[in-house]
Design a protein around this ligand. Structure first.
Ligand code: PEP
Length: 251
């Protein structure tokens, strides 16, 4: 049985004051959490502050991106995986569609980062998903397969023993438009079946989150689908009450 996992992607939001307020609210509700793993992913510069403000290890901390260089060096502006670990991060979101579309990260670059994270013992949350144009032109499965294949080429199927996948249809991120539970389940099953062709055990165990305008009102139905194992939550993760409600819908 897979244990559901819900992660909050705070994106480029927050200040020490607002994070203190959000985490204080989360702390007051941690005891309400059931059978679900939970993480929050603040901007990297606030990871340590977030970790120290959380009252319990019950909520883990993750980052939203990292350098593709495995060791420290002359890479101005970058943050290494070891630095993330040092600041208490157990997870790192990689290949988020905003990284891919705004910063031009390619499938190959994302795959390289997945390997660096795995080698360092930080769990990647690998985002995959199609744009509306890709869905409408019928290339959705090819796009997602290519995103997965790039990672498989570098880390093999065994890399997915320690990788979380987040299916995030780009057209549903931050738009208020959610994939229907059936639409999401169809893609989740496609992803799991694709991995099962290489290793059925790995495929059966891998956590596949859904992300894209998940709210307390739609979470239960989405998470009730056979291949949806929790969610990657953007906007709603900035509100403690909404985020905890979504976590409770998962487990
Ligand atoms: C995200 O950015 O990963 C995301 C799912 O955002 P939202 O929940 O706001 O659509």
């Amino acid at each position: 049985m897979r244990k559901p996992f819900v992660a909050g992607n705070w994106k480029m939001h927050g200040s020490k004051a607002s994070i203190l307020s959000l985490v204080t609210d989360l702390n007051s509700k941690i005891s309400e959490l059931g059978n679900v793993d939970v993480a929050v992913c603040p901007p990297a510069i606030y990871a340590d502050f977030t970790k120290r403000t959380l009252s319990s290890e019950r909520i883990s901390v993750g980052a939203q991106n990292m350098a593709s260089e495995p060791v420290q060096g002359a890479f101005t502006g970058e943050v290494s995986v070891e630095m993330l670990k040092d600041m208490g991060c157990e997870y790192v979101i990689l290949g988020h569609s905003e990284r891919r579309s705004i910063y031009g990260e390619t499938d190959v670059e994302v795959a390289a980062k997945v390997k660096v994270a795995l080698d360092a013992g930080v769990t990647p949350i690998l985002c995959v998903g199609e744009t509306l144009e890709e869905r409408e032109s019928g290339t959705m499965e090819q796009v997602i397969a290519a995103q997965l294949d790039a990672v498989l080429t570098v880390v093999g199927i065994s890399g997915f023993n320690n990788t979380v996948i987040a299916y995030e249809p780009v057209w549903a991120i931050g738009t208020g438009v959610t994939a229907s539970p059936e639409q999401a389940q169809e893609v989740h099953a496609f992803i799991r079946n694709k991995l099962a062709q290489l290793d059925a055990t790995v495929a059966d165990r891998v956590i596949i989150q859904y992300g894209g305008s998940v709210k307390p009102g739609n979470a239960k139905e989405l998470f009730g689908q056979a291949d949806i194992d929790g969610g990657l939550i953007g906007g709603a993760s900035l509100d403690a009450e909404d985020f905890i409600a979504i976590c409770k819908a998962a487990g």
